[in-house]
Design a protein around this ligand. Sequence first.
Ligand SMILES: [Zn+2]
Length: 153
Amino acid sequence: MKNKKIKELIQHHQLAMEKESTACYPSEACGFIIASETESEFIPCENLQDKMHAYDPETFPRDSKTAYYISPKKFMDSMKQGEKTGKKISVIFHSHPDHEAYFSEEDQKAAQLDGEPVYPDIVHHVISIKQGVPDTSKTFCWNNSLKEFNEMS
Ligand SMILES: [Zn+2]
């Protein structure tokens, strides 16, 4: 999907993502946008990070205030749900409660496997939310020469 199209897609769902960020505050919110050429849908996801943290604090040292975890089943279900209507997961969204809208080292790690993007065509949208109020947001896409996710131009 072209950058212009991605930007329009995000713009279209920005308010829904901001509302989700407020609803989940002070925890991180997360979700997907699935889209075809003509249709798109925002799918909010439960942030399971607190459950993962409680279950295995060594592997998951952070709680939901500074991390998010989407169940792999939810990811697969969203892919399948989209396939029926020709939509693909195009954007993964999460919020940063009381932090700026940057793509953190943790975010880079979560989106990569052995230095390669797990899903090179999926962009990441981060919304900063301060004291429950949505602030700035940024979109990050894979840069194949730098081998990291960078802010989309
Ligand atoms: Zn993050």
